[in-house]
Design a binder for this molecule. Structure first.
Ligand SMILES: Nc1ncnc2c1ncn2[C@@H]1O[C@H](COP(=O)(O)O)[C@@H](O)[C@H]1OP(=O)(O)O
Ligand SMILES: [Mg+2]
Ligand SMILES: [Mg+2]
Ligand SMILES: [Mg+2]
Length: 351
């Protein structure tokens, strides 16, 4: 089955959401940042991106029944004091839509925006089609002026069939350890993948796309690895122990968000290690788009036990310990290094 029209709609939605986020990141005001009940940050751009993606998918695919599993909801915006924030979000969306000019419509109201945000409340699951959206993945990176991604995927009967990653601060050229990238001179990258069709990358301002492939290295000594920038999101000591056991020589490349999956899909590094602190439950929107972008580029994404990620279980991933990503040749060696490091860390709980 081809998902051509769905992929076209997803690329349009993620690109417009990226424009909205870029606008906010350029003029970021502290008043645009709020704390959610789990103390994680959320900004007008997270809400605006979610509403815009929902709105664009509805416009581009008017005949499809619409179900979406997305990170944000409108509860905080509906509370006393949320009105001013909602007005900012509504203006951002209307400005983005009117400068794009694709749709002939009257401006959206605050109520339209709340409804669009709440269209992301689906539970997903093994049957039917569900869009899966992280409107800003890596909000902490976004606030620091670093990497973030708009991550949109489509689940069909429990499988990820397409994924789009808009990475506004990721340069088109390969990234490595040393460079600090300037935000001014870049258009950013759009990665997209459809099941059986490979992974492609283009610039967010619409250049021709190129097919990308993961690194083909078989030699761990030549492989560099990605991990979270935030130590609170992934155990850096454990990654370092895995990398040492594997024989990786380069220091970790630490960047925020699913931009790591995008960078990996074009061979910037060969490995991604993600080991959240005990008790953290991974959400499907944090991996669905990244997972297909890497696997269609020839990579493998599994949990720490070597099992493929199962996106059919609802809003959460139900997995063994952590997530690891690499190419097919390195995966057996990586799995062994992970097993060894994990059993050592259980013997030495400070790791
Ligand atoms: N305590 C946590 N541990 C692991 N991941 C987290 C935690 N809190 C939030 N996240 C999510 O992890 C992802 C970022 O991970 P990374 O470290 O790879 O940038 C984001 O999806 C972020 O959510 P959000 O979408 O709100 O930014
Ligand atoms: Mg968040
Ligand atoms: Mg996220
Ligand atoms: Mg998010």
């Amino acid at each position: 089955m081809s998902y051509e029209k769905e992929l076209k709609a997803a690329k349009k939605a993620a690109s417009l959401a990226a424009q909205l986020c870029q606008k906010v990141q350029k003029a970021l005001l502290q008043s645009d940042v709020h704390s959610k009940s789990d103390k994680s940050p959320v900004t007008v751009a997270d809400y605006g991106s979610q509403a815009l993606v929902s709105f664009v998918l509805g416009k581009e695919l008017p005949t499809d029944s619409f179900s979406m599993v997305a990170e944000e909801d409108s509860a905080d915006l509906r509370e006393d004091g949320g009105q001013e924030t909602l007005e900012r979000i509504t203006k951002l969306i209307n400005d983005t839509l009117s400068s794009d000019g694709s749709y002939d419509l009257s401006p959206l109201s605050g109520e339209d925006v709340l409804t669009a945000i709440d269209s992301g409340k689906s539970e997903g699951g093994p049957s039917g089609r569900h869009w899966v959206l992280d409107p800003i993945d890596g909000t902490k990176g976004f606030l620091r002026g670093d990497q973030y991604a708009i991550a949109l995927a489509l689940l069909d009967e429990g499988k990820v069939v397409l994924g789009v990653l808009a990475c506004p601060n990721l340069p088109l050229q390969p990234i490595g350890n040393s460079e600090k990238h300037s935000l001014q001179c870049q258009a950013g990258c759009l990665f997209f993948a459809e099941v059986g069709g490979g992974t492609h990358m283009q610039s967010l301002d619409g250049s021709l796309s190129t097919k990308v492939h993961v690194s083909s290295t078989e030699n761990p000594a030549e492989a560099s690895f990605f991990e979270s920038y935030e130590a609170a999101h992934s155990l850096h000591d454990l990654s370092s122990s895995i990398a040492t056991k594997l024989g990786v020589q380069a220091p970790p490349v630490r960047i925020d968000s699913q931009a790591k999956y995008g960078a990996l899909s074009r061979g910037d590094g060969a490995i991604y290690l993600r080991f959240p602190h005990k008790g953290y439950r991974e959400k499907i929107w944090d991996h669905a788009a990244g997972c297909i972008v890497v696997s269609e580029a020839g990579g493998v994404v599994t949990d720490a036990g070597g099992n493929p990620l199962d996106f059919s279980k609802g809003r959460f991933l139900d997995l063994d310990t952590g997530i690891i990503v690499t190419n097919k040749k390195l995966m057996p060696l990586l799995l062994k290094a992970v097993r060894d490091a994990l059993s050592e860390s259980q013997a030495t709980p400070s790791l």
